[in-house]
Design a protein. Structure first.
Length: 409
């Protein structure tokens, strides 16, 4: 494992993290043992699913902070800075503290040969212990059964976001296989909360709960009376999961009042999720939808967009391992225009690649070498599109565009 300093977090980069995925709990369990099992007596809420995990975590983090509960939160992936992944009471770990922590842990755990994600989880738990947190929020990275967050044994509450098809190269090539990987985190006595799922996922969750001796709480989306800080109808179901988790915590004796829940939900922010970016005097919508399930949800949101019936300009970049055909079918209408771009620093789908595997008509597709060219193409149109253009397809793409917009204002 290479040394890491404040200027060089390459080992923890999203690109390197993906390349070094190796799902197995053996290494991290050994590592946590060598670290004297940090936070082993601290209860954790584990957030699992395909889509919505980050939003559920954000809603819950805000609720608990409003309730003045001392919390440690780890989420993934990061949008701008790896330090975002480790937070205590909504304040991310400083680069200096992160650097010191990594160096100390590297020295102790060199022989464990941890993956980047496992190293981050070890750092997070150690940092949380140093800050004497009382409650943890652990967002699973990939799957569940072999995810590094599952190495933390004290997880009385398990919360599920939407389960769909993604990461098939690691979790299996069917919804059934993927769901079974995720529900394996449910243990005897677990309090389980889930948003609405399709029939296959719902049945598997119910079977696991019954088999293992857990308790399931199915929730419906919150109604219109609730003011949510995150835009989009789909956020109502993510907020409902966080709301139910808060209720379960109250049942367990945590001091959380209704006002903390209400205010927490209304103040929640999560960059890159249906976020409007005002750049160069033009408004553009960005969303981190990066799989077919998220694309389907995003397609439903367009019904609420002014002038969507006139067509939408999509700046889309999709990583090569994703099912771009299904993403296109879920998102694109015949009246739309697609500005296809590569995902920065990732192997991505090109127009020629798509044409080789599909007979989908690509007359409304234009290919660009980067997202900047696509954006300036839009600016050269006679008028800015009446329906706000959308950048989507990858969190990497959204991240780079937001950073570009911030540094070029």
């Amino acid at each position: 494992m290479q040394n890491i300093n404040a200027e060089n977090f390459n080992f923890l980069s999203l690109n390197n993290e993906r390349e070094k995925i190796n799902l197995d709990l053996t290494r991290i369990r050994q590592a946590l043992l060598k670290l004297d099992n940090p936070c082993h007596n601290t209860p954790a809420i584990q957030i699992v699913g395909t889509n919505g995990k980050g939003s559920i975590s954000a809603f819950l983090e805000n609720i608990l902070c409003e309730a003045k509960i001392n919390i440690g939160v780890t989420t993934s992936p990061h949008l701008f800075d790896v330090s975002e992944r480790i937070r205590v009471n909504q304040i991310k770990i400083s680069t200096k503290k992160f650097e010191t922590l990594i160096r100390d842990i590297q020295t102790k755990l060199f022989e464990c040969k941890l993956t980047p994600f496992e190293l981050i989880i070890c750092c997070a738990l150690k940092y949380f212990e140093l800050n004497n947190v009382n409650l943890l929020i652990l967002e699973a990275g990939l799957g569940g059964r072999l995810d590094a967050t599952t190495a933390h044994k004290f997880r009385p509450i398990i919360a599920f976001g939407n389960i769909g098809i993604d990461h098939t190269e690691y979790l299996g090539d069917s919804l059934e296989k993927i769901t079974r990987e995720k529900v394996a985190v449910i243990e005897k006595g677990s309090l389980v909360v889930s948003c609405e799922q399709n029939t296959i996922a719902r049945n598997i969750i119910n079977d696991r709960v019954k088999e293992i001796g857990a308790r399931i709480n199915w929730v419906e989306p919150l109604n219109e009376k609730w003011d949510l800080g995150l835009k989009g109808n789909f956020q109502k179901q993510n907020a409902a999961v966080a709301f139910k988790v808060a209720q379960l915590l109250i049942e367990k004796g945590w001091n959380i009042n209704h006002n903390a829940i209400k205010k927490g939900l209304s103040l929640t922010k999560w960059p890159g999720r249906l976020e409007i970016i005002d750049f160069d005097n033009k408004k553009i919508l960005v969303d981190s939808a990066h799989n077919s399930s998220a694309a389907k949800v995003l397609s439903l949101e367009r019904e609420n967009w002014p002038n969507e019936e006139k067509g939408v300009y999509w700046i889309i970049g999709v990583q090569k391992q994703k099912d771009i055909i299904l993403i296109i079918r879920n998102l694109i209408k015949s009246i739309d225009k697609v500005l296809l771009v590569p995902v920065p620093n990732q192997e991505s789908w090109s127009l020629s690649d798509i044409s080789k595997i599909s007979d989908h008509k690509l007359d409304n597709f234009i290919e660009f070498t980067n997202f900047k060219e696509a954006f300036y193409y839009l600016k050269k149109l006679e008028e800015w599109p009446r329906c706000m253009p959308v950048i989507t397809g990858s969190i990497f793409l959204v991240s780079e565009f937001i950073k570009f917009s911030r540094t070029n204002q």
